[in-house]
Write a protein that binds this ligand. Structure first.
Ligand code: NAD
Length: 277
């Protein structure tokens, strides 16, 4: 079975570099889908309260027979729960739905800067960390300006910033900022949501050269850049395909060709303004 390499977060916790994303997997399908992923060899799962599939995900974790310490579970506090007390309550509810007594990584899902609550939200997460109920805390969709403010006001530098990132949105400035602060960059929608990216001729041609699929080329690109990556699929063969990316490496020419695909265009919302409401 494939052994996924880990990266070491800024607090010493090891996080698998490739995990399984479950956005848009309905709760009643999540148990079967996550079980397929765990059987294939994934050990890290990325969910969120707002995905409404923590229960189904938790059932797959419990039914897998895999020792808890070999699993890495991420969930996120949703926008409407931001604030100190509300975050603590939202965390309890997530844990209960997951059927766990701790999660490995807890993230603020979106910064919602205009609401002005992400510092309080994060302070609640710091207390969860101090209590040992989470092993690492971080953020998602934070722009460097949000991170700068947060780092200036709290004690624990976020371990992770999970952001939209794929060859058509390479986030070079954000990655440099994260590196400067020892924050791991985690790529969401790493395959560009399976839309046009996987048909781009450059990606297809690199795949042909290595005898790999376009999805495998894109995932190898994330790994080569040292990013954490969480592809999603509900199709068993693709779930396995997306994990089978450690037997080849992109060369300099491939990396240069992929670097040229950056369009700086988001598929998802703008973190400066998104509230989800
Ligand atoms: P993705 O880039 O992982 O693409 C998934 C889609 O690509 C699938 O639905 C399928 O249509 C296609 N696909 C998957 N494997 C394929 C393959 N091997 N060949 C061809 N097509 C394939 O998109 P995503 O689900 O948006 O992102 C992955 C994960 O990132 C999510 O499940 C979620 O966990 C996380 N995420 C987080 C945020 C956030 O705000 N923090 C936002 C979006 C996604």
């Amino acid at each position: 079975m494939t052994k996924v390499p880990s990266i070491t977060l800024n607090n010493g916790v090891a996080m698998p570099q490739l995990g399984f994303g479950v956005w848009q997997v309905p709760d009643d399908e999540a148990t079967a889908t996550v079980s397929t992923a765990l059987e294939a060899g994934y050990r890290s799962v990325d969910t969120a309260a707002v995905y409404e599939n923590e229960k189904g995900t938790g059932r797959a974790l419990a039914g897998s027979g895999i020792p808890r310490e070999e699993l890495f579970v991420t969930t996120k506090v949703w926008n409407t729960d931001q604030g100190y007390d509300t975050t603590l309550r939202a965390f309890d509810a997530s844990l209960e739905r997951l059927g766990l007594d701790r999660v490995d990584l807890y993230l603020i899902h979106w910064p919602m800067p205009d609401a002005g609550r992400y510092v309080d939200t994060y302070r609640a997460m710091e207390s969860l960390l101090a209590d040992g109920r989470v092993r690492a805390i971080g953020v998602s969709n934070f722009l460097p300006e949000h991170l700068e403010r947060l780092i200036g006001e709290v004690g624990v530098v976020p371990a992770v910033n999970q952001i939209e990132l794929h060859p058509q949105l390479q986030q070079t400035d954000a990655r440099a900022f994260h590196a400067l602060h020892s924050i791991a960059t985690e790529s969401w929608s790493p395959l560009g949501q399976g839309r046009g990216l996987l048909e781009v001729p450059t990606v297809v041609a690199i795949g042909r050269k290595h005898g790999r699929t376009p999805a495998q080329v894109v995932l190898a690109w994330h790994l080569a850049l040292g990013l954490v990556v969480i592809p999603k699929s509900s199709t068993p063969s693709r779930i396995r395909e997306n994990l089978d990316v450690f037997g080849f490496e992109l060369d300099e020419e491939d990396m240069a060709a992929l670097a040229a695909l950056d369009e700086g265009r988001r598929l998802g919302p703008d973190p400066a303004t998104f509230t989800g409401l």
